[in-house]
Design a protein around this ligand. Structure first.
Ligand code: SAJ
Length: 436
């Protein structure tokens, strides 16, 4: 059995926790993966991860077979505890950190002197300190950094994950990391831990600074995507192709406008900016406005589709892509689903949904009369309106000729480059007609 020094307990086996656990196991740590979902635990112990991420299946299977990774519903004594549980928003766009608190409650009984507790979940500023106080209440026999800085029994640090879904394993190793210790000793301990498997630079700071920097990273991206989405509306207003206009503007050496889309999805970018706004509402009108711009984009797409569909009565609408971004199977917070649900509610609507990364319609769409999952060839062939909601590589080879005579709504720019405004049905129809 491995000594406690090499034992790591990863609490929360989701999109970040499971790849982290598998990577640590591959690097020789003895890893206990913990999840409250018994079905997830069972699947991991059978060597078959419940999430799709390049190279993850092999890594998990090898780690389990090699005996370095085993999953359970409750934590075991370890040297390091990594908390990677979700922090969603609840009603009113307020942060919900109950899963992090529950993880802290779960590890409290097995904590021993010398342990390092790391929070990786995206959290409002001050959460690490809150969790430290919670642990101190649960374990009055141990000392914590807030009470005896530099001399405490337990070390605590906030170390945000920064991995891009779809590139998680590569980025877990290659990305720079931020380590925010509750005291300097905690920071050093956390840095030494990450140094054992991270190739990127590791910056050490305070827990609060690390928490805010993570939130800012995603708010920065949200604001910039909102700008791109606003640009697409302005281009549409002038009857211009947003892809061409953005490409032209991006020739400026200090301009880099991002890509417009049907909205912003996923579990991070639509959520994290609210954590900043909640704490400082008067100071963050830009962050809140950007959220609104991105959240309203699906409605704009729906309006475009309805307008086009009125010109092709009785014909189905093809929706290409449901995932929140290209080449993943992740549907969480996907603007494509928001678009599909609104269209599905229209009287007599028939939606042919093509999403190559899933086998069944998600609960949000399953069972709705008139909504069916099928291949993109069939969806396009039968549709009067073709709507591209996700720029999957799998759609890259679709020839423009198949769009002949159909209206195209293409907020992701799959067919960009042919000179047509990507979301102007009339012009797209012209372009498609020309393409034929
Ligand atoms: N999107 C656009 N236009 C763009 C780029 C993205 O519309 O030019 C959309 C995507 O289609 C998607 C959403 O934005 O709907 C978010 O996608 P993403 O690829 O920008 O980010 P996520 O949510 O997959 O991952 C982000 C990353 N954060 C940043 O890039 C700052 C990742 O590094 C974080 O680890 C992750 O959030 C997280 O867990 O917080």
């Amino acid at each position: 059995m491995a000594s406690n020094k090499n034992r790591v307990c990863v609490v929360g086996l989701g999109y970040v926790g499971l790849p982290t656990a598998a990577l640590l196991a591959a690097r020789g740590f003895s890893v206990a993966g913990v999840d409250i979902n018994a079905a997830v635990v069972e699947r991991i112990n059978a060597g078959a991860p419940h999430i799709v991420e390049p190279e993850l299946a092999t890594l998990v299977a090898d780690a389990v077979a090699g005996g370095n990774l085993d999953a359970a519903v409750s934590p075991r004594a370890s040297s390091v505890f990594v908390i990677a549980t979700p922090t969603p928003i609840r009603a009113g766009n307020l942060a919900d950190i109950t899963a992090v608190e529950a993880a802290a409650q779960a590890i409290a009984p097995v904590l021993t002197t010398g342990n390092l507790v790391i929070i990786e979940s995206t959290c409002p500023v001050g959460t690490t300190a809150t969790i430290a106080r919670l642990l101190a209440r649960l374990r009055p026999d141990l000392s914590f950094p807030q009470d005896v800085p530099e001399r405490s029994d337990i070390h605590l640090a906030y170390c945000p994950e920064r991995v891009l879904p779809g590139q998680t394993l590569r980025e877990l190793v290659g990305n720079d990391r931020i380590v925010g210790g509750l005291d300097a000793r905690s920071g050093r301990a956390a840095r030494a831990f990450y140094r054992r498997f991270v190739d990127g630079d590791i910056a050490v700071t305070s827990a609060n600074a690390a928490e805010l920097s993570k939130l800012l990273e995603n708010a920065y991206r949200d604001v910039n995507i909102a700008f791109a989405n606003e640009v697409s509306l302005v281009c549409d207003h002038f009857g211009l192709d947003p892809w061409e206009v953005i490409d032209l503007a991006n020739h400026h050496p200090r301009v880099n406008i991002l890509r417009p889309g049907p909205g912003v999805g996923g579990h991070c970018i639509p959520v994290d900016p609210w954590f900043i706004h909640e704490a400082a509402p008067e100071l963050t009108p830009l962050i809140a406005t950007a959220r609104g711009v991105n959240d309203r984009k699906p409605d704009w797409v729906v309006k475009k589709v309805r307008k086009a569909a009125r010109k092709t009565p009785g014909k189905p609408i093809a929706l290409l892509g449901l995932a929140y971004k290209p080449n993943v199977d992740d549907l969480r917070g996907s603007p494509a689903i928001a678009v599909a649900r609104q269209l599905a509610a229209d009287k007599g609507a028939e939606l042919l949904v093509a999403e190559p990364h899933i086998q069944d319609l998600p609960p949000a769409l399953a069972g709705i009369p008139g909504v069916r999952l099928c291949g993109h060839e069939e969806a396009i062939a039968r549709a009067g309106v073709v709507v591209v909601l996700c720029n999957h590589d799998a759609f890259g080879a679709i020839p423009r000729t198949v769009l002949a005579g159909k209206a195209l709504i293409d907020p992701v720019g799959l067919f960009a480059g042919a000179g047509q405004p990507a979301s102007t049905p009339a012009a797209s129809e012209d372009a498609c007609a020309q393409a034929s």
